[in-house]
Ligand binder design. Sequence first.
Ligand SMILES: Nc1nc2c(ncn2[C@@H]2O[C@H](COP(=O)(O)OP(=O)(O)OP(=O)(O)O)[C@@H](O)[C@H]2O)c(=O)[nH]1
Ligand SMILES: [Mg+2]
Length: 273
Amino acid sequence: MHRYAKSKDTKARLAPKQKISYEKQPDPAITGYAVQSLNWLRQAEFLMSAPKLALCVEDTGYEIAFAGRSNAGKSSAINALTNQKQLARASKKPGRTQMINFFSLGNPNQRLVDLPGYGYAAVPEEMKRVWQKELENYLIHRESLQGLVLLMDIRHPLQHFDLMMLEWAHSRKLFVHILLTKADKLNRGPASKALIEVKQALKKMKLQFSIQLFSSLNKQGLEELASVMAGRLHYILDDNKQVIDINSIPEASDADIDDADDDSEDIVESDTP
Ligand SMILES: Nc1nc2c(ncn2[C@@H]2O[C@H](COP(=O)(O)OP(=O)(O)OP(=O)(O)O)[C@@H](O)[C@H]2O)c(=O)[nH]1
Ligand SMILES: [Mg+2]
């Protein structure tokens, strides 16, 4: 036993020293589209707040609304996503967002919407009734609404109002992407477990919406959310946006065409061993 321990020690001493790198490696799952989408969302600017549907910005173009229970982290998620500290008003006090808040994304026809939370018990009954009615009106009648980002605290997912919202969205074929927020409140293992459990519960209820972990605090899940949203908002990558006016391209002379052929031959030759 003693001899073995000694030889193991010697072995360790003789082994070549390996340099351990602690540099964060880029996640291969993060695509160029996700990165560009995130950059695009960072252009967000406050447009207006409306207390009711009739006073909202013109119902044209595309918008995505952040919905969920009061205090789930909707306003914080919008701030994290847009990399702006106070774009949407977040607060420890539930019931902070009391209007329908619009943010434009580079142009007024692509928008983010921060909705008041539902299910906050401490709001007076009458006020709650009016809010819920306006929220309902918005969800039912808003034509530019392309879908919801539905936030649920990872520690209390699928509460009564969440289920009502999901059932309703499913019945109307409204797109929903779910965020399990405040994922930083759990360690990585329990957070992954919670994600699996919610996925299974949704599957059982035949509510097959996309879902991810998210933390505004740790900036976890921003790229994934950005690419889902950009897709729904019809965002086109800048490269594809370049419109080429065919008439502005001069006709090529015969000499140009000869040269071009020569170039292509060069490339083929250099690639061939
Ligand atoms: N640890 C942690 N706290 C968060 C996170 N997101 C939000 N919070 C906190 O949760 C509280 C509520 O956040 P808000 O973003 O105001 O929640 P909301 O859903 O907009 O709430 P309402 O406007 O009332 O509907 C605040 O104290 C935030 O700091 C997160 O990812 N991690
Ligand atoms: Mg809010």
